[in-house]
Design a protein around this ligand. Structure first.
Ligand SMILES: Cc1cc2nc3c(=O)[nH]c(=O)nc-3n(C[C@H](O)[C@H](O)[C@H](O)COP(=O)(O)OP(=O)(O)OC[C@H]3O[C@@H](n4cnc5c(N)ncnc54)[C@H](O)[C@@H]3O)c2cc1C
Length: 636
């Protein structure tokens, strides 16, 4: 069932071979094809703009009121590329190797190599668009380091890299909108994918302002709808980010890859109250100059400045001397949890570690530190009221990114023919743990370079019958969407959508978060169906269907999180090994590191929806490591 369509040839030649073998659509014929792109974040905006530029009719959908509000705008730290401007030993091969190793050998080698290969083109593309990357005094593009690597390959625009990249993609999209080749559909939320004769041929959307449902037909559908970290309720993602698009596609037949692979980011502002609904990231770039430490003594109550050097534990530097504060995220997060669990955490709830800039300020000067990270220090001050130039920041891990997503082949096509998936929405190239600054790279590789090559190949090599929205499949799918909305409105119970979401998030965080165990996962798998049952019995959605109704929007999205959360725990239970962000307590090395089981788990788990209240079926894509031999990850 799983055909990854990995091209032949040596790894360096696969993408070239693939591009050479793919079919093209004659420029005069392109305008005859219509393409739906759902999502206008980095992946979606890049894909829609590029396909529009090629001459296709593109319809781009977003539940936001402008592409500039996509969650991508929040990305802070940077984007990787193997340009080797630093001449510090970087290369495509090294970026490839770092990413395979960083993902704990659970990604597909061919895809990762392509990502590394394309990374150089992305920077050229963005510079040509005018993206204002940071530059050195002499005018050359500047680079910094991110976790899990020993070179400086991260391009950045202060702490606003996502914003600047998105403005570049948005500009390209606007140009195509002006030519009429791309039509934007704002405040339109995809609620289902329409399958005609086994192929994705359209979508059903809800107009978030009027509440009306609409059908849209096309030759091909691309989903670039972002990640699902908000399943945890508290995460660093934008509040609106959700799983509905990919989950509804999953229910229509698209297999879901590695749902339990989620990333808990080590440097976030700790939770300060039970009423909080959002967590804030402090970019990983801060670990370039900030030093992580906790007091050696348990339940220390002195202020940081009163704790002398010899009573501080710079635990990352001592445990991982080669990588120090720049170990990968999974390793940094687990270590922070461990020292806090020991009772050495700092801050009001003991759930925090220090990220200290005193040495950096002493070494580089206050102005240099301000230039590099000024806006991050400002964010920190606004949220905590503390001045991190004077006292160390307090940080704690928080849900941040999802490596899992819809399973796609090398062409980024899901198991539904004609349904392509890009950016964070697919199960991506990051295996069990994503390295910092690699999500922007992947989203833009997919959007600017991969999808604009593979989608045309699909169009050129597939005989597509004409379809329109009066087709039976559209009418039936729209009716199902309407029924689901009416059911949500009719429950009329006592609990708000948010209260269910909060409870679900806690179950998933406690049992399928930074550490997972057999008993915890079984506990979650018992509680989630109970909560789902109560949701459909006791939910209260205020307002009506045919109007602007945010309570209904939330309820709809939470109904999908309630199903996805169960699949995440099922996947996590099934994978009895530890790997990357998936840390099974039963599977540790003697010194507490993640212990993989390559003999039994060197595969991607791709889960098939079998129907409501039916168990999912697992399919396995075996992973072969020809170019980066399997080895135990070590950052010591
Ligand atoms: C705080 C933060 C900082 C980060 N910093 C970095 C960094 O420095 N470097 C890095 O590499 N990565 C970073 N990341 C990760 C990175 O930002 C994301 O992985 C990436 O931006 C995702 O882009 P995307 O295009 O796939 O999705 P998104 O940007 O989430 O866009 C999704 C789009 O889909 C639309 N959409 C979703 N569902 C529907 C639906 N049902 N119907 C209609 N439209 C829909 C939305 O409106 C939106 O336009 C960061 C993440 C966070 C949370």
């Amino acid at each position: 069932m799983l055909e990854a369509r990995i091209p032949s040839g040596r790894i360096e030649q696969k993408w070239d071979n693939c591009r050479y073998e793919m079919k093209l659509v004659n420029p005069a014929n392109r305008r005859k094809h219509s393409i739906i792109v759902v999502g206008a974040g980095l992946a979606g905006a890049a894909a829609a703009a590029t396909l529009g530029q090629q001459g296709y009719h593109v319809h781009c959908f977003s539940y936001h009121d402008t592409p500039r509000r996509a969650h991508s705008i929040a990305a802070q730290g940077g984007i990787n590329s193997a340009k080797n401007y630093r001449n510090d030993g970087d290369s495509v091969m090294r970026l490839f190797k770092d990413t395979v190793k960083g993902g704990d050998f659970r990604a597909r080698e061919a895809n990762v190599y392509r990502l590394a290969e394309i990374s150089g083109n992305i920077i050229d593309q963005c510079v040509a668009q005018g993206v204002p990357f940071a530059r050195e005094y002499g005018g050359l593009l500047d680079n910094r380091s991110f976790g899990g690597v020993q070179v400086e390959r991260t391009f950045y625009a202060r702490g606003q890299t996502g914003q600047q990249l998105l403005l570049g993609a948005y500009q390209a999209l606007e140009e195509q909108i002006a030519t009429g080749r791309v039509k934007m559909h704002f405040r339109s939320e995809l609620l289902d994918v329409v399958i005609v004769n086994g192929r994705a041929r359209g979508i059903v959307t809800r107009d978030l302002v009027t509440g009306q449902l609409h059908c849209h037909a096309a030759d091909v559908v691309v989903l670039a709808t972002g990640g699902y970290s908000n399943v945890f309720y508290l995460s660093t993602n934008a509040k609106a980010s959700n799983c509905t698009a990919i989950w509804r596609a999953h229910r229509r037949g698209a297999l879901f890859g590695n749902p339990c692979f989620t990333q808990i980011h080590p440097t976030c502002i700790p939770l300060s109250s039970d009423h909080q609904s959002k967590l804030t990231l402090m970019s990983e770039s801060l670990r370039n100059d900030g030093r992580v430490w906790v007091p050696k003594k348990k339940r220390e109550n002195r202020a940081a400045k009163d704790i002398p050097e010899n009573e501080r534990d710079y635990y990352l530097e001592s445990r991982y001397p080669s990588f120090g504060n720049l170990v990968p995220r999974d390793v940094a997060s687990r270590n922070a949890k461990e020292v806090c669990d020991e009772g050495r955490g700092v801050g009001p709830h003991g759930q925090g570690v220090y990220l200290d800039f005193a040495d950096a300020i002493h070494r580089l000067g206050l102005e240099t530190v301000r230039e590099k990270y000024g806006n991050l220090f400002d964010i920190y001050q606004r949220i905590t009221g503390e001045d991190a130039y004077k006292v160390p920041m307090r940080i704690y891990p928080a849900p941040h990114y999802t490596m899992g997503g819809l399973w796609v082949d090398y062409h980024l096509m899901s198991t539904i023919p004609g349904l392509f998936v890009g950016g964070e929405a697919n199960f991506s190239d990051h295996g069990a743990n994503r390295l910092g600054a690699s999500a922007l790279m992947q989203g833009l590789a997919d959007g600017y370079f991969v999808l604009p090559a593979t989608v045309p190949d699909y169009l050129a090599s597939t005989k597509l019958d004409p379809v329109n929205t009066s087709d039976r499949a559209f009418i039936a799918t729209k009716a199902e969407v309407k029924d689901r909305i009416n059911n949500l409105l009719a429950i009329n119970g006592n609990r708000s959508p948010d209260s269910f979401h909060r409870e679900l998030g806690k179950i998933v965080w406690d049992n399928c978060g930074m550490a997972r165990s057999d008993s915890g996962l079984r506990n979650a798998l018992a509680r989630i169906p109970e909560l789902r049952e109560e949701f459909w019995r006791n939910l209260r959605v205020l307002g009506a269907g045919e109007e602007l109704n945010q309570s209904l929007e939330k309820a709809n999205r939470i109904s999908d999180f309630l199903e996805l959360a169960e699949l995440m725990c099922t996947d996590a239970l099934d994978r009895t090994e530890s790997c990357g962000g998936h840390f099974r307590l039963e599977s540790q090395t003697a010194d507490g590191e993640a212990k993989r089981d390559d003999a039994n788990f060197a595969y991607t788990a791709a889960w098939e929806w079998k129907g409501t209240d039916q168990a999912h079926a697992i399919h396995k894509e075996p992973l072969a490591f020809e170019y980066v031999p399997l080895s135990q990850r070590s950052y010591k």
